[in-house]
Design a protein around this ligand. Structure first.
Ligand code: TRP
Ligand code: SF4
Length: 332
């Protein structure tokens, strides 16, 4: 008894190189789950096609860099299955089956459907984009994942996954439910601010990349926005309105109360305050940089890991598809 670890699955779209928001919000979280869970971590390249279909080749070219970022962040192919969605065709088969159990109105009601239609400057009025959550449900249900590490923005997708699974189970009654209903595992640091104080995002041009050199990091933090009401060195500041201070949560928690007090009584200047955070960020990024260099020296590593991951993922997905086909009565 007791050696069955809970299954976890999560996915990330390959939309570009990774920044510290991904690192703090996602990668450290993934890495910390490895000892205690049976982890599947997937690059959701089919999902990225929903938006990047005209330039999919470019989106695909990000994949090796993302995998090496994952490895450098401590995601370990010995402990987790690291794989590419498009290498496991069962995702598409299950998506087709689940799509029959998914009312269009559920998809039209999905908040990210409307939001993305508004912010993305490209025609995404496609069947595939509307069906995005069905593919995500297939990703999760294919592995019978009990827990899904996600940020808050993904909660509606997980809720839809549960509804689709429930409806499928209802129409395909067997002794036991074919799918179990997955639960979210919310990340501890859901939001990391960018250099301009908005949420860190490639589309705002406010990112600090994981691969930033120490020089570039220094430059970016020195230019970073602070409390805009603190104009002169002698003005007292309010750290709660300062994106630099928000990084203390992640990189220098032990210094928070000291910095907060010093900012409020103007005994520390922003330059000094930034210097300290730069130093602390480098302490975290240095080991990452070293590991990333190691991985990038050997170009076969990534391909080998993805091949091995695809094999393991296909084994697990194949078992589920056998149960699905059997449960539905596909007997020939
Ligand atoms: N939709 C997720 C995102 O954009 C990515 C994703 C695809 C995912 N499939 C998944 C996340 C399965 C969790 C589980 O972030
Ligand atoms: Fe922000 Fe630090 Fe300047 Fe205060 S001292 S405004 S916390 S950078």
């Amino acid at each position: 008894m007791g050696n069955a670890k809970k299954r976890v699955l999560s996915g990330m779209q390959p939309t570009g190189s990774l920044h510290i928001g991904h690192y703090l919000g996602v990668l450290t979280n993934y890495a910390s789950l490895q000892p205690d869970y049976d982890c599947f971590f997937m690059i959701a390249d089919w999902h990225s096609m929903t938006v990047f279909y005209p330039e999919f080749r470019k989106a695909h070219s990000f994949i090796p860099g993302i995998v090496s970022d994952w490895l450098a962040a401590g995601i370990d192919p010995e402990k987790a299955v690291i794989f590419l969605q498009s290498n496991v065709p069962m995702h598409s088969e299950l998506q087709l089956i689940l799509s029959m159990y998914t009312p269009v109105s559920w998809l039209e009601r999905n908040p990210t459907y409307k939001e993305k239609q508004e912010i993305i400057d490209r025609d995404i009025d496609s069947h595939g984009f509307l069906g995005y959550p069905v593919l995500q449900a297939a990703d999760i249900l294919l592995y019978n994942a009990e827990l899904v590490p996600i940020g808050e923005d993904q909660i509606p997708h997980l809720e839809l996954t549960r509804e689709i699974a429930r409806r499928f189970n209802h129409f395909n009654v067997k002794d036991n439910d074919i799918f179990m209903l997955p639960k979210p595992l919310l990340s501890r640091f859901p939001k990391v601010l960018g250099t301009d104080g908005q949420k860190m995002s490639k589309s705002y041009g406010n990112t600090i990349m994981l691969t930033e050199t120490p020089e570039k990091l220094d430059q970016k933090i020195r230019k970073m926005k602070t409390d805009t009401n603190r104009v002169r060195r002698n003005d007292p500041g309010n750290p709660e309105n300062c994106p630099v201070y928000s990084y203390y949560d992640f990189f220098a928690e032990d210094k928070k109360s000291e910095i907060s007090a010093a900012c409020r009584n103007a005994s520390i200047g922003c330059i000094e305050c930034k210097k300290l955070i730069i130093e602390r960020m480098n302490n975290v990024l240095d080991p990452f940089r070293t590991r990333k260099n190691e991985v990038d020296k050997n170009p076969d590593i990534v391909a080998d890991i993805l091949r091995d991951g695809a094999r393991k993922a296909k084994d697990a997905a194949g078992e589920t598809m056998d149960r699905v086909r059997d449960g539905m009565g596909f007997h020939f």
